[in-house]
Structures are given as structure tokens and as C-alpha cells.
Design a protein around this ligand. Structure first.
Ligand SMILES: [Zn+2]
Length: 309
């Protein structure tokens, strides 16, 4: 089955390692070599053409980068150029307007200021009433099972943390806890946001070089599917308009932030004439949704774990 390979964080001697499964130039090159040997890596244009004609072959894959991270441009692009490969870059727009995305800042914070995830989680737990989890124990069990199946890289504590963050605390409660923790470590959001995200000039360069810039909503909402139609429309339209303005052409692809979407999302992207939509896992929806809007993606960490020894 065809799929996109999903990449997020990269590090180098200059760029500190943060984000689960962050990789360096050499690891990226090894993945590329493996993929080239075993699959056909299509350019975004070839991929979309084949999606439209329903001609994707079993071994067809494409490369995708989410979240507009500068480290992708600084580290991964050199390797893409070396092998003359083009990729999808899925961009959320708020950070191009000087807004700060808490999600990415928090990820960077917890990786840079703590020795490991456990240390962060210990500190986080001290600020959180974990008894809340017990009140939602049934939901937690279902969540735990789902995460283990589709995100095997996450440890038990990772999953517990994500449940607390996404299903127990409100966003305001969560942000307040993280703000407190940052202050305790004598840092803040502004310091952490330095050199984190791409700029419009990068998007133009990528697009002119044959890469495809696609949508990823405006604010990178945790769960697009939990927003009503009007709010989703706002998220997607603002993202669409930003990319259209910078690139002088309308985006035709999307990856759903955190893989979250519902029927309203598909209605909206259909109106925007989006030609392909990517999930963030390998879930198969059979005939529930149009095939071109539930394209599967495999996280690079799974490629490394399962195939590259
Ligand atoms: Zn994302």
C-alpha cells in the first residue's frame, strides 16, 4: 500500500536535539537510502497526479515534513538535494505572523531543560492532580490501547502525559502549568522560539525548487475534529490564504494536524479544491471516506525501528 513517510524534528551540532525521534543528517540519509532501495519515491507532483488518476502503486511513497520547522530546512534539505528528491512541507500559519505556538515551545522546553522525559514528567506530575485520570479510567484504557497500536514509539509515561494534556486538563490549565515550569527554569516562550520556525522566504524557495507547500491549519489545533464547522473553516481558510499569498498559487494538499479530521474538515477541503489529504498514521478507513483524503503515513521512527538495523 502506498504511503507518505512522515518527518518532524532534526538536529545537528548547531541545532539542539528536541522532539521525540529527532534525527541527524546521517540517520536521515540512511532512511533515504533504505527507502530508495525498497520503494519508489515520487515527487509531490507525481504523487498527486497518481492520486487523481487512482494509479498509485503498491511501492509508491512520498516524503513529508510537518510543522514548518527550520531544522528541516537546515538539516534535511541538503540530503534531499543530494539525492534530487522533492517533498511535501505541511505548514501551519500562525507562527508566520509572529504568534508563538505553545505546542512546539513546550516540546522544545521539555527536551532542552530536562535530562529525559521521565524527569520532565516527574516535575509535571508535581504540578498536576493525577487523581483526575482515575475519574476517566475507562477512556484512559481505550486511549492507551490506541496509542500503543498506532504510536509504538511512545512509552507508558508518554501516553499518560498525553492523556493528561489532551483529555484531562483544559488548554489554559495545561499552559499555566508549563508557564510555571518555564519560570522555574528561568526561561520563557520568546527565548525558546528563536530559530524554531521557517519564514515566508523559505517557503518561496522550497516551492520554486519543486517542493510542494501544503496546509496544516492555522493554529495547529490539538484536535481539529472537536472544533465546529465554523471554527474549522476559520482554521483552514486562514492557512489557505496565507499560503496562497506567499506562493502565488493555491495549496492543493493538506496533512491534518495530529491526524485529526472529521466530515466537516473534508467538506471544507473539498470546497478549497484540495486534491490530497494525509493522516498521521497507517489507519485504513476502507470506504468510509474518499481515498484521496485519507492517505496513510508512516512515521520515520517506524521505518528505522522495523527495517533499518
Ligand atoms: Zn503537526
Amino acid at each position: 500500500m502506498p504511503f507518505g513517510v512522515m518527518f518532524h524534528h532534526f538536529h545537528s551540532r548547531k541545532i539542539k536535539k528536541f522532539g521525540q525521534g529527532s534525527i541527524d543528517k546521517n540517520q536521515f540519509e540512511n532512511i533515504i537510502k533504505f527507502l530508495k532501495k525498497n520503494f519508489t519515491i515520487l515527487t509531490p507532483e507525481e504523487w498527486i497526479l497518481k492520486v487523481e488518476k487512482k494509479k498509485l502503486k503498491k511501492k509508491d511513497i512520498c516524503l513529508t515534513f510537518d510543522d514548518a520547522l527550520l531544522s528541516q530546512y537546515d538539516v534535511a534539505l541538503k540530503i534531499l538535494n543530494k539525492y534530487n528528491l522533492k517533498a511535501f512541507w505541511f505548514i501551519y500559519s500562525s507562527v508566520f505572523n509572529g504568534e508563538i505556538d505553545n505546542f512546539e515551545i513546550h516540546r522544545k522546553f521539555r527536551s532542552i531543560y530536562y535530562k529525559n522525559f521521565d524527569e520532565f514528567f516527574f516535575n509535571f506530575s508535581n504540578h498536576t492532580d493525577k487523581n483526575f485520570i482515575l475519574k476517566k479510567i475507562k477512556k484512559y484504557k481505550i486511549f492507551f490501547k490506541f496509542m500503543k497500536k498506532f504510536y509504538p514509539i511512545y512509552s507508558d509515561k508518554d501516553i499518560e502525559f498525553r492523556f493528561l494534556r489532551d483529555h484531562v486538563l483544559t488548554q489554559i490549565q495545561y499552559n499555566n502549568i508549563l508557564n510555571k515550569m518555564m519560570t522555574e527554569k528561568k526561561t520563557n516562550k520568546k527565548k525558546l522560539s528563536k530559530n524554531l520556525w521557517l519564514k515566508n522566504s523559505h517557503l518561496k524557495k522550497l516551492s520554486n525548487a519543486g517542493h510542494m507547500i501544503g496546509m496544516h491549519a492555522y493554529n495547529h489545533p490539538y484536535k481539529l475534529s472537536e472544533l465546529n464547522y465554523v471554527k474549522q473553516l476559520d482554521e483552514l481558510k486562514k492557512n489557505f490564504i496565507h499560503l496562497k499569498k506567499v506562493l502565488n498559487k493555491e495549496p492543493i494538499s493538506i496533512s491534518y494536524p495530529n491526524g485529526s479530521f472529521n466530515k466537516d474538515t473534508l467538506k471544507i477541503i473539498n470546497k478549497l479544491k484540495i486534491k490530497c489529504g494525509f493522516l498521521s498514521n497507517m489507519k485504513s478507513y476502507k470506504k468510509l471516506y474518499p481515498k484521496e483524503y485519507v492517505l496513510r503515513r508512516l512515521d520515520h521512527s517506524i521505518v528505522m525501528k522495523e527495517f533499518i538495523k
